[in-house]
Design a protein around this ligand. Sequence first.
Ligand code: ASP
Length: 358
Amino acid sequence: MAMSITSPLVNAAPTQERILVIYTGGTIGMQPKVNGLTPGENFQERMADALSQLPLLHQHALPAYDVLSYASLIDSSAATPLTWQQIAQDIATRLATYRGFVVIHGTDTLSWTASSLAYQLQGIDRPVVLTGSMHPLETVNSDAIDNLHGALRFAASTELQEVAIYFSNRLLRGSRAIKQHTEALDAFISPSYPCIGERVGDDFIYYPSRGLGLQQRGAPRFELSDYQAVSNGNVIRLALWPGISPWQLDALLGDSRVKGALLQLWGAGNIPSNPALLDVIANASGEGKLLAAVSQCPQGSIHLGAYAAGYGLAEAGLLSGDDMTPEAAFTKLVHLLAQPLSMEDQRQRFLTSLVGER
Ligand code: ASP
């Protein structure tokens, strides 16, 4: 993918002390065009202009940064596993050069990209902070400036060693966050894990006891897999609805192109008590497909078999996603299926917390 790196002239720190800002698109950089908001160019200049509106105290505390702007800027609804792979590779290849990374991304699928990066960049020893905004940079009172400010400050942290999302004053674990509002400025929450940092007044506070830093073992153990083989609709997500029929479930799970599926069950992990539905799941699992489940409820864990309505699901081969977000569970399926792992290893790793996602 063609791209360009630019750096603000005023800001001459050596690269090892700098942050790399990767601009992929999203509302934050959008400008009005005939068909509606469209990702705009010249992000580096526009970002510098926006940050110059911060009080001097804050401007002086900003780390030096370069901007890498993708040639093809997207609304994040167009992101695919190949987009996640590209961003991970761009970070991995520049690891020796930058002390931290900020990824500027549309909010719609930001939490999906964050989860995927967390798996690909396992064990990372520095910050990767994703952010975006609900309003474009140039909109009056846009949230973009504060979000960029906080993301840069946390990306310069020497303690933060994981993929995180900074949005509306809070730093969330990337693999724990979901977008929960289409309009509110605090659009992201982490339903089953506390924030790992936050802005309090003028301070940006990181909570090490909640971060991965203290749990990292040894050097980065990146898993930069080729996602090509799993990027053509090979992993699917299906939320059950009242009245779902076995033929409907089979139409998706039975398709030979499908290698993995995330099912969103009801409550603590229930489906209608219909043996034919269980048969569809067992058949797909028997064909070697990697099948996992999370709840449709945004909070809490699933416990397969706690109710009679969930009896037999684990035996049919369905893996429990525990309290994982749909984003974390789905991107984990993609990640595991992209690797040359045995079915048993894929299943075992799905059930293991790799980056604090469960
Ligand atoms: N549609 C936009 C995107 O995800 C929304 C946003 O950035 O807030 O790219």
